[in-house]
Design a protein around this ligand. Sequence first.
Ligand SMILES: Cc1cc2nc3c(=O)[nH]c(=O)nc-3n(C[C@H](O)[C@H](O)[C@H](O)COP(=O)(O)OP(=O)(O)OC[C@H]3O[C@@H](n4cnc5c(N)ncnc54)[C@H](O)[C@@H]3O)c2cc1C
Length: 309
Amino acid sequence: MSPELLIVGAGPAGVSAALWARALSLDVLVLEGAPAPGGQLHAVHFHPPDLPGIESGAGPDIAASYARQLARQQVPVRSEVVATALEPGAAEGAPAVRLSTGERVQARSVLIATGVRRRRLEVPGERELEGRGVSYSATRDRDSLKGRRVAVVGGGDAAFENSLLLTAAGCDVVLLVRGPARARPDFRRRVAEDPRIELHEGVRVTHVLGDSAVTGLSVTAAGDEAERGVVACEAVVVKVGVRPNTEWCCDVLAHDAEGFLRIDERFATTVPMVFAAGDCTRPALPSIPVALAHGAQAAAVIRAALHGR
Ligand SMILES: Cc1cc2nc3c(=O)[nH]c(=O)nc-3n(C[C@H](O)[C@H](O)[C@H](O)COP(=O)(O)OP(=O)(O)OC[C@H]3O[C@@H](n4cnc5c(N)ncnc54)[C@H](O)[C@@H]3O)c2cc1C
C-alpha cells in the first residue's frame, strides 16, 4: 500500500481533494478518524444557507452525499483510522504517516485536511455536566434549552448567534465574554437591542456548578482574580472557538502559535511533498466552500508536483 496521494481527513477539504485526485487520475487513499466522511458537517444541524446549488439538507445529509460520491467514484476510504505521526521523507523521498493501527503508510505525497475541533472551557464541572446542562450547540439542543435561563460563553460570531437563537426559543440569556467581543457588527447590534440578553464583558468562567444538573457558573473578572461571583443559570452553551487537529504532525511542520499549519500559495507545508488544506490552515473564512476550493486546488497542485503537469 503506497498511494501517490494519501489524504488525511475526510471533511469537505479532504473529500473535495479526493474526488479531484480521482478525476486527475491520481492513485489516492483517504484516511478518516471518524466512522464516516463529512467532518464538521456532522455538527451543522441546519441547512447551510450559503452553499450555491444545495437548496436543502442539514450538514449530516450533505456528509451522507459525500460518502455516496466517494463510493461512486471508487475512492478508497479507510474509516476509524487515526493518523498519529508524520515522518518526512529523506531528501526528495516519500513521506510516511503512522496510524492508530500501528501501520506505517508511505506515499509519494500527503495532504493534511484534518480540520478543527471545538475548544472546551477546561474548567471543573464542564465534562461532568456535559449533556446535563453543558451544551456546545444551541441549534442542536434548542428543544431541551427552551424557556430556560442560559449562560452563553464566548465573544465571537457563534456565541452571539447562539444567544439570539436562544432568545428566539424563549430563553433568558447571560452572555459572558472574556475579552472584547469579536462578533460581527450585525450580531453585536442585535444582541444589544435584545432585552432578553444580558451582556457581561471581561468575565472569566472558573467552574461549572451543579451536582446532577447545571445550577450556575463561578466567574472572576478577567483582569482581577480577586473579584469573584456566581452567575445563576440552568444551562451553559460553550462557544469559545476551535483548535486545529494537528498535534500529530506539529512536531515536523511549521505552524502558528495555536497549531494551525503554515502553507504557501500552493498549499505546500515546510516538508517536501506534504501539503495541507482547509480549516487546519487557518483560512481567512473557515467554511465549506473555502475547504472545497482548497481541496480541489491542492489536488491539482499535487498532480503537477508528481507528474509535472
Ligand atoms: C456548528 C457549525 C456550523 C457551521 N456552519 C457553516 C455554514 O453555515 N457554512 C459554511 O460554509 N461552513 C460552516 N461551518 C464550517 C465548516 O463546517 C468547516 O469550515 C468545514 O467543515 C471545514 O472542512 P475541513 O475539511 O477543513 O475540516 P473538517 O470538516 O474539520 O474535517 C476534518 C476531518 O479530519 C478528520 N481527522 C482529524 N484528525 C484526524 C487524524 N489525526 N486522522 C484521521 N482523520 C482525522 C476529522 O474526523 C474530520 O472528519 C460550520 C461548522 C460548525 C461546527
